[in-house]
Ligand binder design. Structure first.
Ligand SMILES: [Zn+2]
Length: 382
């Protein structure tokens, strides 16, 4: 449209294309006249030596007739300057030129009427879809977040073919139960669950895992921000066997100056769960350093280590604490007090009177634990 309305015009005093013709035995020079560009809205001038001369920009843009000889102004440059009046008039009154002008006018109207443009209409529909999907996704995220915060399991035994139009006959799990509850007070979500495409409901385990992963990344990003403000931290780790896998939990303890710079908050957070192939001090220390590197945390800023008192963790020669101390010499080791107490009691129980005392304590603990019946007896009220 810019080409149609603001096509290039030769600057004043520029040398325009010339033609020498023989008129009554004399050579006469004729040339392109700039005024033709001002008198009509369709002619254009090309100074390119390959197709120098006059052209019809309307026909060039909007002429759709094919296989027809339309001649000067369209297929080749107009150069018959001596017959300009006749040629300009005949082109202007040609049917194909008039049709091209009609199409140009229609295109211009469509482009100016932005609201009715096809691309705008399509964008409008797309934007509406994005907004409604965002609103639905918000509920999905809320449900996943609630399960995570309350530390309750997400899934039931079967939750892959949920019929939201029917009441559940089986336990579909906490996540789906929360989504159903939310849908009762939200017509948009209800309609999406009951009538939306089955492969586009955002309730599958894959989406649940993706939402958890996104939330976990956001939380990790926040912790990284905290460590940028105050880089020193303590490392807490423990390994356990679960479902035939050796898993190492990696936790950090640090001060959070981001939420309130004047009142730092003590944070103790799980940042990773690593699979272990071996449980030697070196293997566990390698898993720890790799996990920290993965989260862009510099181990040199570690100021404390806290593990259980097993030799693979606590040994000052070949344990994890010794391996970590090589990269972080200021990281003091603190063994788990409860683990140490447990070991001390186990050793102490080798003495008969202490074993008897511990047995009595266990009996007393069991007695008071079953207080539901004895509460009335002792006059307790809960
Ligand atoms: Zn034309």
């Amino acid at each position: 449209m810019q080409f149609l309305e603001k096509s290039w015009r030769p600057p004043p005093n520029s040398i325009l294309d010339k033609q020498v013709i023989n008129r009554a035995g004399k050579n006469v020079t004729t040339k392109f006249q700039t005024k033709w560009l001002h008198q009509r809205n369709w002619p254009a001038y090309s100074a390119n030596p390959l197709h120098c001369g006059g052209w019809c920009k309307v026909c060039l843009l909007f002429l759709t007739t094919k296989g027809r000889s339309v001649g000067a102004f369209v297929n080749l440059a107009f150069k018959n300057y001596s017959k300009s009046k006749e040629k300009l008039g005949s082109h202007e009154s040609a049917d194909y030129h008039k049709k091209a002008e009609e199409r140009g006018l229609y295109a211009k109207t469509q482009l100016q009427n932005i609201a009715n443009r096809v691309d705008v209409q399509l964008n409008k529909v797309t934007n509406q879809n994005i907004k409604s999907n965002e609103a639905i996704l918000l509920h999905i995220v809320d449900a996943a977040r609630l399960c995570a915060v309350q530390q309750i399991p997400f899934r039931g035994h079967r939750d892959d073919k949920i019929q939201f139009t029917q009441e559940p006959t089986d336990n579909e799990g906490n996540f789906i139960a929360i989504i159903r509850l939310l849908a009762k007070s939200n017509p948009g979500l209800k309609d999406h669950l009951e009538h939306g495409p089955e492969n586009d409901r955002y309730t599958s385990k894959t989406i649940q895992n993706e939402v958890i992963a996104v939330i976990a990344n956001l939380i990790r990003d926040y912790f990284c921000q905290c460590l940028e403000k105050c880089p020193h931290f303590s490392l807490i780790a423990d390994e356990t066997t679960s479902h035939g896998r050796e898993i190492l939990s990696v936790c950090l303890r640090f001060l959070d100056f981001v939420e309130d710079p004047c009142r730092p908050i003590k944070r103790e957070v799980l940042i990773d769960l690593c699979d272990l192939t071996r449980t030697t001090g070196k293997a566990i220390a390698t898993a720890l350093t790799e996990s920290l590197t993965k989260h862009k945390i510099d181990i040199a800023n570690c100021r404390g280590q806290a593990y259980d008192t097993t030799s693979s963790m606590s040994s000052s020669k070949r344990g994890v604490q010794a391996e970590i101390a090589k990269c972080a010499p200021d990281a003091n080791y603190q063994g788990c007090c409860l683990h140490a107490l447990n070991l001390a009691i186990c050793h102490a129980c080798e003495i008969r009177p202490i074993q008897n005392m511990m047995d009595s304590c266990r009996e007393l603990y069991s007695f008071f634990r079953q207080l539901s019946k004895k509460a009335t007896l002792f006059g307790y009220r809960y």
